[in-house]
Design a protein around this ligand. Structure first.
Ligand SMILES: Cc1cc2nc3c(=O)[nH]c(=O)nc-3n(C[C@H](O)[C@H](O)[C@H](O)COP(=O)(O)O)c2cc1C
Length: 172
């Protein structure tokens, strides 16, 4: 099976917000082709066929993975990410769930790291207001892009543009 030099974007979405953001990312990205698959339909072969990934998910029910990600998670844990480059974006509600803001980003990113992958696209925690998050890489950075369509919709477009600029040098 030949390698695909593009990016595979794998997302899950319960109420459609992450799906919408996925479309924005695909439209905005001008440095590489992005192929999209819902996590409900992804296979291990898909992961084997690419070296570059963007993984997208909202956090649900007090720090849980989105339902399709939850269902795929056992297989996800068995994927070898050695030599692969992965960026994660996550949606959450910082005012509604300040103890669990975008936890899913952290859960997924840590699993990628555990399985040999490189995480790129760390994102500043400045301009967010929350108490706790599993998505924290350190005091100042999330493992990936945090978006809050419940409270900060107006900031998302610029955040995506800036994040893609960070990814440009890694996914090219
Ligand atoms: C019942 C419920 C539980 C949620 N739990 C969390 C949470 O623990 N952490 C968080 O950051 N956001 C949480 N959210 C916010 C969602 O992640 C957010 O609304 C997101 O945009 C939904 O994305 P989707 O439409 O792709 O499913 C929750 C929302 C609902 C309705």
């Amino acid at each position: 099976m030949g390698k695909n030099n593009g990016i595979l974007l794998v997302y899950g979405s319960d109420t459609g917000m992450t799906e919408e953001i996925t479309h924005v990312i695909v439209d905005e990205c001008d440095f590489n082709e992005i192929n999209v698959v819902e996590v409900a339909n992804v296979t291990k072969d898909d992961f084997a066929a690419y070296d570059y990934f963007i993984l997208g998910l909202p956090t649900w029910y007090d720090g849980e993975l989105q339902s399709d990600w939850e269902e795929y998670f056992e297989e996800f844990k068995t994927i070898d990410f050695t030599g692969k480059t992965v960026a994660v974006f996550g949606l959450g509600d910082q005012y509604g769930y300040p103890q669990y803001f975008v936890d899913g980003i952290g859960i997924i990113a840590k699993e990628v790291l555990r399985n040999g992958g490189e995480i790129v696209g760390h994102w500043s925690t400045e301009f967010y207001d929350f108490d706790e998050s599993k998505a924290l890489y350190n005091e100042e950075l999330f493992y990936g892009l945090a978006l809050d369509e419940d409270n900060q919709t107006d900031l998302s477009s610029e955040r995506i543009t800036d994040w893609l600029e960070i990814l440009r040098k890694h996914f090219n």
